[in-house]
Design a protein around this ligand. Structure first.
Ligand code: DON
Length: 304
């Protein structure tokens, strides 16, 4: 399929779409991004690359990196991981404290902030140099040694990161955080601060479209069973309290970030990233969701 033509057609369909979303402002650095940027990149498992718009511009991947930290922690901890974090949709906003109290410090899933903070804690416990080792892993997945954290974004988030600190403290009080709170939270902010282009990020997610094996390098990153499970968690939890609607409209496993990116995979076919910084009320890219909805309808390529 010539996806470049499809992107143009889908973009035409969205011409009348008025985007009244707003750029994330609770992380001051993110507010500096031009709100009307729009990029798309799709990688097929057999080597095709298709792009549209601002697909070569770096953006803050934010929560999308939670898929990569989960991949690393799952590989290290195997099924023990699921004693500390669940795999159920939360139905609550990504940074909610409410449910954590009822669930006695066990986050519903690894993609809400609480769950990703537990995953960060696992990596702090198990990696010799968490910050260096994690970025090395992301560089391996992306086949690109230039991928890096943004200290600017991490510091900016830290300056306003009281809610994440509250989540971390609450979990520590229940015994679900092993390490020093500041160390875990700093590492969590680093994870979220990684910057990539749509093309770099789509390339990074390709192993999840290919049953755990990177089709470009030939490296087996994780087993097909783990790949299935990570995709299942993305399907159910990747868009937080919009995960049901996203499944209903788009029908692909996906993960969003407050930088305006959404990464999706179609196992056996492609990985794809859209980026548009204006967010809806659930903190997901407004135009990104609309574009993906039209895209999977037009190409009849949802997994359902
Ligand atoms: O912790 C936070 O709030 C951000 N670093 C990440 C949140 C995020 O990307 C949620 N995604 N839609």
């Amino acid at each position: 399929m010539n996806y470049n033509e499809v992107f143009c057609e889908v973009n035409k369909l969205l011409k009348s779409h008025v985007d009244n979303g707003t750029v994330a402002s609770y992380i001051p650095e993110l507010q500096k991004v031009s709100p009307d940027k729009f990029g798309v990149h799709l990688c097929t498992v057999d080597g095709g690359n298709f792009a549209f718009g601002d697909s070569e511009e770096k953006f803050s991947i934010q929560s999308i990196s939670k898929v990569l930290s989960l991949t690393m922690a799952f590989e290290i901890e195997e099924d023990k991981l699921w004693k500390r974090v669940g795999v159920e949709p939360s139905g609550n906003p990504f940074n909610s404290l409410v449910q954590l109290e009822y669930d006695e410090g066990i986050p519903r899933n690894p993609f809400i902030n609480a769950g990703a903070i537990v995953i960060a804690d696992v990596l702090v416990s198990k990696l010799k140099k968490p910050k260096e080792d994690f970025i090395k892993f992301v560089r391996q997945l992306s086949g690109n040694n230039q991928i890096d954290y943004s200290d600017r974004v991490a510091q900016s988030e830290k300056s306003k990161g009281h809610r994440n600190a509250a989540l971390c403290n609450l979990m520590k009080s229940f015994g679900n955080i092993e390490n020093d709170i500041d160390e875990v939270i700093d590492f969590y902010f680093d994870l979220c601060s990684i910057e990539m282009t749509c093309s770099e990020l789509a390339r990074t997610f390709l192993f999840l479209a290919n049953y755990g094996k990177d089709p470009v390098s030939g490296n087996k990153i994780i087993s097909s069973s783990k790949s299935k499970r990570i995709n299942a968690v993305m399907q159910l939890c990747g868009l937080y309290d919009e995960a049901g609607e996203f499944s209903f409209k788009v029908g692909l496993p996906g993960k969003s970030g407050v930088g305006g990116g959404i990464a999706v995979v179609h196992p056996g076919k492609y990985s794809m990233v859209v980026w548009s910084p204006r967010l809806n009320k659930k903190g997901n890219s407004n135009k990104g969701v609309r574009f993906l909805e039209e895209f999977t309808s037009y190409t009849e390529s949802s997994i359902f």
